[in-house]
Every structure is written in structure tokens, then in C-alpha cells.
Design a protein around this ligand. Structure first.
Ligand code: GLY
Length: 366
């Protein structure tokens, strides 16, 4: 098992990464739990696959599990779900010594984290992410949030977990499309700040998708290390944490314009978003075609989408850009984007006007 410690003056928690961790998950979690009971919040798919094993492991550690299964998708990722979950916890007389565990993908992590941050003004929580995407990104760094009618993740908090426990064995039951979706967030770290990791992915990326445990552990470890370093420096995204949003402003607009339908999942939207951001970086002269080609070639080799879905490509530039402006980084209606100078060297570009993006839209998207 590999351990990373995310640590600065305010934060200090471990990220455990390994294979076969669920057998002893009760013992591993016990040190972060103040009581002899724990709430485990999961979705129906994960519950069906892992509930008996997890309950057994907590029983061995003499901790009682209250397993709560909720139905989730991007549409149900809203404040009503948080209120309903809070009420379920109150029905068990939740108190400030209780701990909740987010056992699922990114949506479960975001909902449980937000719920933990507001129930009784904050109770402890642990992240046990079960998708590649949540293992390499959303479970680390304490971002919690839900969607509302104005956009994605607009209601939320920064609230750090007590621990993150990543078992790579769960990836063996994950559909290929979900693995690729997580891969988009892995490659993001290489493009933002880690050339050597990008080169390693060029050689070994396929192994991650094909099920090589050592390659998966290496990629997850590298991703979580890169993310931890950024969060340690800028927990609340006043500066460099925004780099982690490479491809996301375009990506969120794609997801939203697609009505959050399963035909484009989050990682696919981010992958297309990264390509659009690098294309814009080329048009604006920050980087060159060689960098763009290296990135798009790798995306194609691995099987990530690189082009807007037809339905969204047909929309007007104005439609597309007015969706992008809903992003949390927008100030005075000017858009902030993460652009690249080179592989391993991304930067934050503030103050991009909507009219400029509308003008460039055709060039970026074709
Ligand atoms: N997913 C981006 C971040 O955690 O900041």
C-alpha cells in the first residue's frame, strides 16, 4: 500500500492507495472514527457489489455499519438530495462524534462531502472512491458540491475528509467507458505540470485501461501526488488550484448543453474540453502545433473523444459561450481558462471576453 499525506498548516490527512484494501477496511477506518458506528453512503450499483464484504470488514473491527443507499445521477445531484440524506442521518440521531463514509463515484463523494460539511455544522467524513475518476481527482482536496438550475457544482464547500482510501481492485468491475473517463483526469496532470508523467502515460496508458494493477497504482499515486501538492499550496482556489480545471470550462458547457445525458459523461466532456483549450492555446500563439499534435494523438490512441458531439457542434457560438460563462471562475462576465504553453506547463488566463470567444469559436471547434 502506498500512502500520501496531504498536509499544510490547516490540513493533514492520508491518502491510501493499494489493491485488496477492502478486506481490512474496518481496521483502516477505525482510527478516524470516534464511535462504534459509521454511516456508509453509497449508490445501488456499488452497494450490490460490495455491501456484504464491507459490512463484514467493519464487523471484524467491531464497528457497526449503517448502510444508506441513494440513487444518484447529475440530475439528482442537487440540494434536495443533500437535505434528504441529512434527514436520513437525523433519523438515526446523528451527533458530532459520528462519521460518514462516501463510498462511490464522484457524485456520491460530492453529495456526502457537502452533507457532512453542513450537518450539525460539520461532522467527519472519509472518502472511499470507487471509480477511476473519483480516485484520481474528486475524492482528494475537499471540494464538495451539487448542481442547481444555473449550472454545475455551483453550491458547495471546501471541506476536507479525514482520509481517502483508494482500492484499485474496484476498477476491475468498472466499464471501459468509465475507465477512459477517469483517464482524462489522469492525463490532465501530465499536461498541467508533469512532462515525465505525460511521457510515462504515452508508453503505459493502455495498461491502465487494460487492467494492469501496477500501472493503475502508479498512475493513481502520481495523480494524487500532483493534486495534493496543488491543494496544499492553494486549498480554496485563490490561485494555482484553478489549473486543475484544464478543459473543465469547455467540458461543463458540453455536459450542460447535452442536458447531462449519459451520451457524454464527465471525463469525455473534459477530454474534448482539454483539446479545445489546447487548440485555443495554439490559435493565441501560446503553444504550437507540435504540442497540440502530441496531445491529440495520445487521446486518439487511448480512445478518448476529441471532437464535439454533432448536436453541440451545430449550436451557435453564442449558445456555447453563454454556457461557458456560467463557470465559477467567471468574473464580471469575463471567462477564465486554463491554457498551455507546453506539455507540463499550463497557466491561468483571466479576462477572456465572451465576444472574443464567440469570434474564435469556429476556429477552436473545427
Ligand atoms: N477537480 C478540481 C479540483 O479539485 O480543484
Amino acid at each position: 500500500m502506498k500512502t500520501i499525506r496531504l498536509k499544510n498548516n490547516q490540513i493533514n490527512y492520508p491518502i491510501f492507495i493499494g489493491s485488496g484494501l477492502y478486506a481490512d477496511i474496518g481496521k483502516l477506518c477505525k482510527q478516524y472514527i470516534d464511535k462504534d458506528r459509521v454511516f456508509i453512503i453509497s449508490d445501488s450499483v456499488v452497494s450490490t457489489l460490495y455491501k456484504p464484504e464491507i459490512i463484514r470488514a467493519f464487523k471484524t473491527a467491531k464497528v457497526k455499519c449503517i448502510f444508506i443507499s441513494i440513487s444518484v445521477n447529475e440530475k439528482k445531484k442537487n440540494i434536495n438530495t443533500v437535505i434528504n440524506l441529512s434527514n436520513r442521518l437525523f433519523s438515526y440521531n446523528v451527533d458530532r462524534q459520528d462519521t460518514v463514509i462516501a463510498f462511490g463515484g464522484g457524485i456520491i463523494g460530492d453529495i456526502v462531502g457537502l452533507t457532512a460539511s453542513i450537518v450539525l455544522r460539520g461532522i467527519k467524513y472519509i472518502q472511499i472512491p470507487t471509480t477511476l475518476l473519483s480516485q484520481v481527482d474528486s475524492s482528494v482536496g475537499g471540494k464538495t458540491g451539487v448542481n442547481n438550475i444555473y449550472g454545475k457544482n455551483l453550491i458547495g464547500s471546501f471541506y476536507q475528509p479525514q482520509a481517502v482510501i483508494i482500492d484499485t481492485d474496484v476498477l476491475n468491475t468498472l466499464p471501459k467507458r468509465e475507465l477512459l473517463s477517469g483517464y482524462a483526469e489522469i492525463i490532465k496532470y501530465g499536461i498541467i505540470k508533469d512532462t515525465i508523467f505525460f511521457e510515462w502515460l504515452q508508453k503505459n496508458g493502455k495498461k491502465i485501461i487494460e487492467g494492469d494493477t501496477a500501472a493503475r497504482i502508479h498512475a493513481i499515486h502520481k495523480s494524487c501526488m500532483n493534486k495534493s501538492k496543488i491543494v496544499e499550496e492553494d486549498e480554496k482556489e485563490h490561485g494555482i488550484r484553478a489549473l486543475l480545471n484544464l478543459g473543465h470550462t469547455f467540458g461543463h458547457a458540453i455536459e450542460s448543453l447535452n442536458g447531462f445525458k449519459k451520451s457524454v459523461v464527465h471525463g469525455e466532456a473534459v477530454a474534448i474540453g482539454i483539446i479545445l483549450a489546447v487548440r485555443l492555446s495554439c490559435i493565441e500563439g501560446y503553444t504550437n502545433e507540435t504540442t497540440f499534435n502530441k496531445i491529440i494523438t495520445h487521446f486518439k490512441e487511448i480512445g478518448l473523444p476529441t471532437q464535439l458531439p454533432k448536436k453541440i457542434a451545430k449550436l451557435t457560438a453564442k449558445n456555447f459561450v453563454s454556457e461557458m460563462v456560467k463557470d465559477k471562475k467567471t468574473i464580471n462576465k469575463n471567462i477564465t481558462l486554463i491554457l498551455v504553453k507546453d506539455i507540463g506547463n499550463a497557466f491561468i488566463k483571466k479576462g477572456i471576453s465572451q465576444s472574443k470567444l464567440i469570434k474564435l469559436h469556429k476556429e477552436i471547434t473545427t
